[in-house]
Design a protein around this ligand. Structure first.
Ligand code: SF4
Ligand code: SF4
Length: 71
């Protein structure tokens, strides 16, 4: 089944709280779309790649990742 992510991408956002992140790298490894990558300073979330499967949220051991609605 094809999932239309265009609407989700305009209404939701994955946020990673730097202060809560242990740097374990789990989210980078488990994201099925490689939508979380190590940036120069901190992790970066790539909106255009994310399918909002919530795996990163569920598996982050410190609860540093959450999803917010933009509007
Ligand atoms: S919600 Fe899923 S696709 Fe989006 S960044 Fe997290 S693990 Fe990757
Ligand atoms: S899974 Fe959580 S604690 Fe680990 S690197 Fe990602 S945001 Fe940081």
């Amino acid at each position: 089944m094809m999932v239309d992510t265009s609407r989700l991408q305009t209404t939701s956002k994955i946020q990673i709280v730097k202060a809560d992140c242990s740097g374990c790298g789990t989210c980078v490894v488990i994201c099925p779309k490689r939508a979380i990558v190590k940036g120069r300073i901190f992790l970066e979330w790539i909106a255009s790649a994310c399918i909002f499967c919530d795996a990163c949220i569920d598996l982050c051991p410190t609860g540093a990742i959450f999803e917010t609605r933009i509007n």
